[in-house]
Design a protein around this ligand. Sequence first.
Ligand code: SIN
Length: 511
Amino acid sequence: MHTYDYAIVGTGIAGLYTALLAQRRGSVLILTKGSIDDCNTKYAQGGIAAAIGEGDSPDLHFWDTVAAGAGLSNRDTVRLLVSEAADRIAELIELGVPFDTVNGEVALAKEAAHTMPRILHAGGDATGEHIEVTLGHRVRQSRIEVLEHCLATEILVEDGVVRGVEALDCRTGSKEQFGCKRLVLATGGAGRLFKYTTNSEVATGDGVALAFQAGAEIMDMEFFQFHPTAIRLPGVHPFLISEAVRGEGGLLRNVEGHRFMPDYSAENEMAPRDVVTRSILYEMQKTRSDRVFLDITHLAPRVITTRFPHIYRFCMDHGLDITRGLIPVAPAAHYMMGGVKTNSWGEASIKGLFAVGETACTGLHGANRLASNSLLEVLVFGKRVVEKEIDKTGEDGPGVGELGYYYLPDRGASGMPLVGCTALQSLMWESVGIIRSGDALDKAANTVSAWEKCLEKPSDRSSYELDNLVLTGRLVAEAALIREESRGAHFRTDYPEPSPDWVRHIVLRRN
Ligand code: SIN
């Protein structure tokens, strides 16, 4: 078995960026279950936050991030993020990412819950695509070995140390093992757990499931962010309508035309993401409708077409001219705040195992991620993964609050075969979604546990993905059941307020 210095799983910004830095230090293998450009990154419309504008400062960015995290963000991690932002952005520009400019200066936009305009975009709402194309091109030009259609199926651990990874060749069905000194999980999130999601089909919780099965600690899984505005049209994927649209002045109206956000928050449409999401849901319930509308008809058409070319084109392709008519929207699952618990070097609880980006839980986002911090997180912590001297012990812990360790309970139920991914997605949406309750979570955890017991041995990409989703779904449901309060993105009707007893993190481990 050939041993690489780094094996990296995933080819979104986290995998590609980490690989580009890692190749300066050793041999690098990238594994990806699809082709190199199958990832979630390319759908990222929001940009990258960095406090580089006049009057802004890392300190202001720090406090906005901490406020969004609702008492659970690791402040040391946040400090690292905000203070390294400018340097990491400069490196991305050097790699060739064409950020938008105004009068020769990088253009900065404002988004909800940011006190200053500090969001960089590329190609308006095509930031993710520009990053993915630029980094993908660099990787193709490099010595990095990329194995496409190769799904990681098991982390190989010996004497408590990662020795390699086993992978399935999705085209031939054969398995192969690859040795590595460091294994970096960069597989993105698990948005596909839910009936409505802005995520692409690759977001099946692979990294979290692999790490959990190998015995690594998984943290904060109850915190799943639901984006307020994804397009809601019958038979159409819930395409993201960026928060930047509200940042430009977009108004939310219910199906009766009433602008409802002032009824819920003094910050109106610019309230934190979880507040806007729940307000939309209440309006949908009140008006017995499956959607509300985003109204930007008061903006100049040129602003719309130049600031949001992707959104404009997507809507046009679906018969909606958004310069004249309203955009039908509803919330959709968007971002997994929890993940493989890491320290600030991206190091997981098993030696040699690392996680970056949405797969990781560095404690940065706490109970709720501040918009446009996720791409930045990858840059800051991807670099640290590569720089970590492996034999030195990294610092531990989430920084704010204690760690509570839990094992998955044996729920005993069995004999209820899972009919397919759609059943899981519907259950998760209905019972483990935006508004939760103890009863519904308990039933959902029992059902997912019963399904888990009936899964057949996986043999191909889709059966592995289903297994990963079921396991990840169970982790989300169990953590949400344990946390008896509401905080950030986690809202329970039976515990509608935050509790001082719950300023702590739920860490799940395999029994
Ligand atoms: C958006 O553009 O609304 C999404 C940005 C993000 O999730 O950070």
